[in-house]
Design a protein around this ligand. Structure first.
Ligand SMILES: Cc1ncc(COP(=O)(O)O)c(C=O)c1O
Length: 398
């Protein structure tokens, strides 16, 4: 994979004279000009609504939306009718937590290190919430999972790849065990879909959620995959125009999915841009992207892991952490690390609790700094990051 060639597709590098080092990819990635062009094409050539009006502009929009849905479906190995467009991963997860008719008194089983998007919706749901404890190694404890997987668990809802540690759960085994127990499984794929090949049919997962803006797509587009029988049983989060077949003064008949869950005018340019992002990732290849990120993470880890003032959040082994490098420096607040990285080296990293407060609070850690890599990042950028972190340690650490 030629990261230098890839970089020429990203206007940010040109506008910043290549000076910015963007390592906040787990939050949002940059967008290539192919995605921006696809979005602009919508606004310039057919800026109408889809699925309603029958004039020529609207027809083009409807066709482009169908096309984008088909591209995402083939990227994930599923049928287009099982994909619902939402505004982000958070909304996708909320649709299930709020809309599925879970049995009263039953439970959801999550890990103890979920992003708030797969935590808050369950806190305010009507079912009980149980957690699988993760050991200090940071690696999913399958025996602990099985111990918690009792008859009362109606759904296992878990982060596929963790946004703080970068670890990935053994999804196939988790799903098989849950199905043997009669439980549904939803995966929060926000950090896995952008970084590894996902095959939903092979996984046999019941529901899967992610955001396009973490994988070169526009902001404000999320996706929910769900099997047919689940889409049929589930109530939509919002109702209104476009989602219904007919209404009278007292009742409503919803359209079949995905329209049932897509009431109101959609983010058409965003969905069309998402199709272009999928084209871009497909052309590069997900296996190549995964290998590239792992190479960068291995390089950074090998240079910083023996520095006694630096703590890498477990596991230290980089091959277990996707493109995520989370760390602390003795005596320095994580926000200060991020601020200094930005100030002296124009390196953009994330700091704080990464919307995973229970993880940090339960372990008594006051947040961490996180560098997260993607396909356009280079070894030279990583070398500058290593030098910057070492400078911070020398200058400010206890
Ligand atoms: C693991 C995980 N789940 C869910 C989300 C929420 O994604 P969004 O803000 O796009 O809804 C994030 C965002 O960082 C995440 O990392």
């Amino acid at each position: 994979m030629d990261a230098d060639k890839i970089r020429s597709d990203f206007p940010l590098y040109e506008s910043q004279n290549n000076d910015v080092i963007y390592f906040d990819n787990a939050c949002q990635t940059m967008r290539p000009k192919q995605v921006i062009d696809a979005m602009n094409e919508y606004y310039c050539k057919f800026p109408a609504c889809g699925g309603r009006s029958i004039h020529r502009l609207a027809t083009q929009v409807s066709m482009k939306i169908d096309e984008a849905r088909e591209k995402i479906a083939s990227f994930l190995g599923c049928e287009p009718s099982n994909l619902v467009f939402t505004k982000n991963c958070t909304e996708s997860l909320n649709i299930v937590a709020r809309g599925y008719p879970f049995k009263k008194g039953s439970s959801v089983l999550t890990t103890d290190m979920e992003h708030n998007s797969n935590h808050v919706p369950w806190i305010s749901s009507k079912i009980n919430h149980k957690f699988v404890k993760t050991p200090a190694s940071g690696i999913f404890d399958f025996d602990e999972y099985l111990k918690n997987l009792n008859r009362d668990v109606s759904i296992v809802s878990m982060v596929h790849t963790n946004n703080v540690t970068g670890t990935t759960i053994p999804a196939k085994e988790v799903i098989e065990a849950a199905h043997d127990n009669g439980s549904l499984v939803m995966l929060d794929g926000a950090q896995s879909t952008p970084h590894q090949k996902i095959d939903l049919k092979k996984l046999d997962v019941d529901m899967f959620a992610f955001s396009m803006h973490k994988m070169l797509g526009p902001s404000g587009v999320g996706v929910l995959y769900a099997k047919d029988e689940i889409l049929k049983k589930m109530d939509p989060l919002v109702g209104g125009g476009g989602g219904v077949g007919t209404t009278d003064y007292n009742s409503v008949t919803f359209l079949p999915s995905p329209e049932k869950f897509e009431s109101g005018l959609l983010n058409y340019s965003g969905i069309i841009g998402s199709g272009a992002a999928i084209d871009y990732l497909t052309k590069i290849g997900m296996e190549e992207i995964e290998e590239h990120e792992r190479g960068l993470n291995t390089f950074v880890t090998s240079r910083l892991k023996d520095n006694e003032s630096i703590q890498i959040l477990d596991p230290v082994e980089p091959s277990l952490r996707s493109g995520i490098f989370s760390f602390n420096i003795n005596g320095i607040d994580s926000h200060d690390i991020a601020m200094i990285c930005d100030e002296i080296s124009a390196i953009a990293i994330r700091s704080g609790m990464h919307c995973a407060h229970p993880f940090f609070v339960s372990r008594g850690i006051n947040g961490c700094a996180r560098a997260s890599f993607y396909l356009y990042n280079t070894k030279e950028e990583c070398a500058k990051f290593i030098d910057t972190v070492e400078y911070i340690v020398r200058t400010f650490s206890d």
